[in-house]
Ligand binder design. Structure first.
Ligand code: UDX
Length: 427
């Protein structure tokens, strides 16, 4: 099939490359000529494992990029909206970019002869596809939904760093369409993937995405709360969760307690669902607690640190790990951000190390020290906080000897070393 993909960020580029790999003909649309150039040269605008190989393989053959909506829409049968949905100042979803993309898409559809299908892949709150996107396209195109154009919502469940793998080997595919014709066309795109498709209406598909992420975030905050109670009892929460996770109704995944969740999805999506619930007159107390636990969790590391060192004023503290998780340079909502803020507010001198994310963190904290190895960050430090589950931190032990005081507060249950003053966050 001929597919256009609007937005060449993380979701859009992965979607485009994977559809090309599945044998479709893909046109990427982005307003940024720089990104368009990169894709046409086979270079991904973002880093994702396996993405460069796919783009190199398909660029100039069955993938091309353009800034021109009319060209892309005229030459494809179906368009995917994969633009960003940031949070506004209150944590509610900001649909500005989705609306702008829908308008441009609508105006291009208005100039095209024949039927076209529009699919929302961006994460949007329930009702957005039918009450926002479809009416904008209807107005901008002067065409009728269900007659001249089809529409649907097809959420993604891609983990950062594993997005290409997750696209090609999904646990589920959800197609929420306004009618059967749209459903058939969207579903046909996935014919070469071995996975059952869940067919729904758009609102249900939108809700499935939020519930998926909110449930995973809830599992993490639940594990953190249990971990905090276990810590007070002197019980190893990892032993507890290992046994609890053996119950097939629970599963062993996402029960790792620690400094909490970050990233571009969990915090934003839970907050957006809270905002939507409140808009509907419902107070989502459980979801609010999921966020509250996650905000307090990293700061408990500071309490544990201070309980050993006393006042932090003037003390050198090493922060190991700046990315929101391992194997990425992404620092969005990283739990290291509030921790560094608290250290600086208390007058500590922060030295840091991350294998990939230092440059991104410099934009937020230009004044802290960025080192090119863990051992350099640890040199002369009065304490160390482990914030990210990087593999290379697992082996650290003799390196702690260079610290002024080898005190390690571990936020990710990573460090296995006998010769240090070790403090686990929840264990
Ligand atoms: C997540 C979802 O997994 C994905 O399906 C969705 O589409 C986007 O959001 P991602 O943000 O890439 O993906 O990260 P993920 O690997 O799920 O981890 C999220 C955060 O939770 C990380 O900060 C990680 O450190 C934390 N985490 C994860 C825990 O604290 N404990 C756990 O047990 C698992």
């Amino acid at each position: 099939m001929k597919v256009s993909v609007i937005g060449s960020g993380y979701v859009g580029t992965v979607t485009a490359a994977c559809f090309a790999e599945l044998g479709h003909n893909v046109v990427c649309i982005d307003i940024d000529p720089g990104k368009v150039d990169m894709i046409n040269r086979g270079q991904p605008p973002i880093y994702e494992e396996g993405l460069e190989e796919l783009l190199k393989k398909h660029a100039g053959k069955n993938i091309r990029a353009t800034t021109d909506y009319d060209d892309a829409v005229a030459n494809t049968d179906i368009s995917f909206i994969c633009v960003g949905t940031p949070s506004d100042d209150n944590g509610n979803i900001d649909l500005g970019i989705v609306k702008a993309a829908s308008k441009s898409l609508g105006s291009a559809i208005g100039k095209k002869d024949g039927y076209h299908v529009v699919v929302v892949k961006s994460t949007v709150v329930p009702e957005t596809t039918e009450k926002v996107v479809v009416p904008i396209i209807e107005q901008a195109s002067g065409r009728k939904p269900g007659v001249d154009f089809g529409a649907g919502m097809n959420p993604e469940f891609l983990r950062e760093g594993k997005a290409v793998h997750d696209f090609m080997h999904p646990d589920k595919i959800v197609v929420g369409a306004i009618d059967q014709r749209s459903d058939d066309i969207i579903s046909a795109l996935y014919a070469n993937i071995k996975c059952q498709i869940t067919h729904t209406d758009p609102g249900t598909a939108e809700m499935i995405k939020y519930v998926n992420n909110s449930f995973l975030a809830t599992k993490i905050s639940f594990s953190n709360e249990i971990g905090n109670i276990c810590k007070k009892l002197g019980i190893d929460t990892y032993k507890v969760m290992e046994a609890v996770g053996k119950d097939s109704r629970i599963s062993p995944n996402f029960l790792n307690s620690g400094a909490g969740f970050g990233g571009s999805c969990f915090p934003k999506d839970v907050k957006a669902l809270i905002g939507k619930a409140k808009e509907l007159g419902y107070e989502p107390g459980l979801l609010e607690s999921v966020i509250n636990v996650n905000e307090v969790q990293p700061l408990m590391m500071i309490d544990l640190l201070e309980s050993r060192t006393g006042e932090l004023e003037g003390k050198r503290i090493a922060v190991l790990g700046l990315a929101f998780k391992n194997d990425t340079d992404d620092i969005r909502e990283s739990r290291a951000i509030p921790v560094i803020r608290a250290l600086l507010d208390k007058g500590a001198k922060v030295s840091s190390y991350d294998p990939m994310a230092a440059d991104n963190m410099k934009a937020i904290y230009p004044g802290i020290e960025y080192c090119d190895s863990a051992v350099k960050a640890l040199e002369g430090a009065n304490g160390c906080l482990v914030m990210t589950e990087w593999d290379e931190f697992k082996g650290l032990c003799s390196e702690f000897k260079v610290m002024h005081r080898p005190l390690v507060v571990d936020g990710r249950n990573m460090i296995r070393c006998e010769d240090i003053e070790y403090v686990g966050l929840c264990w």
